[in-house]
Design a protein around this ligand. Structure first.
Ligand SMILES: C[S@@+](CC[C@H](N)C(=O)[O-])C[C@H]1O[C@@H](n2cnc3c(N)ncnc32)[C@H](O)[C@@H]1O
Length: 243
């Protein structure tokens, strides 16, 4: 049970923001995404502000930290697993983060169905599951179609932040992402999060695994058909991710 004023610490690394008294808590869970889509972001947040989306947000460390640091931005964390979204929403609620929402949803479905074109300033994807078992490779999040959908949902010059500790997934990022984005590797830890930006980064670094980071800025395509062509022709993520 968290007490008001408390700073939460996970693996020795504080999570930004303080636990507020109960009367200042808010409701960050989106229990049901609207049907029919898309999401009306202005209505959801009650204002018009740049939107930051974390796909596969896990327990919400990055979303919560960024929402505390950037009250001028709105944030959405998505994960397919209800239990991690419960942790994330509790963190957002108890910090009074009115600029934050969390929902249970698959990343591909969320981007393709609920986000309108050019609606999003930034996407963040930290440590997508590599699915090392060959029978599960189909479940990998980063596919050419997914990248095209992310590109479509981004504002012009919008950015995608990517990170993994799986060297084969990293090689795949390097192979496909530059076809749609200006890709820049970022080998050092993010300056605001020197000990780790997410739970998985903190765990990976404690195991002395190398962490690969990149930022990718959406390139301009005059012809949407070019993007469709890339979705069809870029290599699929069917690499062997085993150690
Ligand atoms: C290795 S964890 C990383 C969590 C967090 N980003 C971090 O870095 O600590 C991968 C997360 O992606 C979620 N996930 C897996 N497939 C997904 C999908 N198709 N859509 C959304 N989330 C997914 C998992 O439930 C899990 O929480």
């Amino acid at each position: 049970m968290n007490r008001p004023g408390e700073i939460e610490v996970e693996f020795g690394v504080p999570i930004p923001g303080r636990i507020l008294p109960r009367e200042a808590w808010v409701q960050t869970a989106v229990k049901r995404l609207p049907e029919p889509p898309p999401l009306d972001l202005q209505r959801l947040f009650g204002r018009h502000a740049p939107v930051v989306v974390d796909i596969g947000c896990g327990n919400g460390r990055f979303v919560v930290a960024n929402a505390v640091r950037h009250p001028e931005h709105d944030h959405i964390g998505i994960d397919i697993l209800p239990v991690v979204i419960r942790y994330a929403t509790r963190r957002g609620n108890q910090r009074g983060l009115s600029n934050t929402r969390f929902a249970v949803c698959g990343g591909f479905e969320f981007v393709t169905r609920w986000l309108s074109p050019q609606s999003t300033r930034e996407f963040h994807i930290y440590h997508p599951q590599p699915f090392k078992d060959a029978a599960q490779r189909e479940r990998r999040l980063l596919t050419p179609e997914f990248l095209v959908a992310v590109h479509r949902a981004l504002e012009p010059q919008g950015r995608l932040f990517l990170q993994t500790d799986n060297p084969r997934y990293w090689r795949y990022f390097q192979m496909v992402v530059p076809a749609l984005f200006d890709f820049a590797a970022h080998p050092q830890p993010w300056p605001e999060d020197p000990r780790g930006r997410t739970r998985r980064e903190i765990i990976a670094r404690s195991k002395r695994l190398r962490v690969y980071r990149a930022t990718a800025t959406a390139r301009y395509f005059a012809d949407a058909a070019q993007l469709e062509e890339l979705a069809r022709t870029l290599p699929r993520p069917d690499f062997d991710a085993a150690d």
